[in-house]
Design a binder for this molecule. Structure first.
Ligand code: HEC
Length: 161
């Protein structure tokens, strides 16, 4: 009888603990269909969605980097290269030490090869933004400025003048 009393106290305690929870699934914190955004942009903030130029039909040879090439651009290029390009092309662009490169047909290009060094900066940039052969396009991942920073970093790796 005592045990029964104890159990009923426990059930009562458990139920009353739930009392504060709303069991109506409709009233939850998640967004509702067509609900407008709950947060306003901070005052004076600037939307950073990159403005995309469509380079698909542009003559790659003629494109030039409109952004300044300084230490911070090259540091960003290195960082992005290591994230997006190194897995296939290797840390120095030669594909050395990248087992994945052996599995791809055609093999990722050696970015230090004469053929790639002969590309203009515009052609390199275009390959990144629009993709090349089986290599995917990076226009969804990299803004134009970021793609240029990677381009400049590759040219630094290649030790162009
Ligand atoms: C999934 C593997 C992979 C990744 C990641 C990758 N590439 Fe490539 N890349 C390739 C392959 C494969 C080729 C050769 C494509 C072909 O010949 O069809 C190639 C070719 C190239 C070429 C040579 C194009 C030419 O004219 O010969 C350049 C330049 C290049 N990649 C740069 C990059 C850069 C920069 C990144 C990072 C933003 C990158 N790649 C990321 C696989 C990759």
């Amino acid at each position: 009888m005592r045990a029964l009393g104890l159990i009923s106290i426990m059930i009562f305690a458990a139920l009353s603990a739930c009392e504060n929870y709303d069991l109506d699934m409709h009233d939850q914190v998640s967004f509702k269909v067509q609900e407008s955004p709950r947060f306003r942009k901070p005052a004076n903030s600037v939307t950073m969605a990159p403005e995309r130029v469509d380079y698909s039909e542009v003559d790659a040879v003629t494109i030039e980097n409109p952004f300044p090439v300084d230490e911070s651009a090259l540091a960003q290029g290195k960082k992005l290269f290591e994230i997006y390009c190194m897995p296939c092309h290797g840390a120095d662009g030669t594909t050395n030490g990248m087992p994945v490169a052996d599995l791809l047909e055609p093999r990722p290009a050696d970015l230090q090869s004469e053929a790639v060094v002969a590309l203009t900066e515009g052609e390199l940039f275009h390959r990144i933004v629009e993709g090349f052969g089986i290599m995917p396009s990076y226009k969804k991942d990299l803004s134009d400025r970021e793609a240029w920073s990677v381009t400049e970093y590759i040219m630094k790796l290649q030790i162009r003048d």
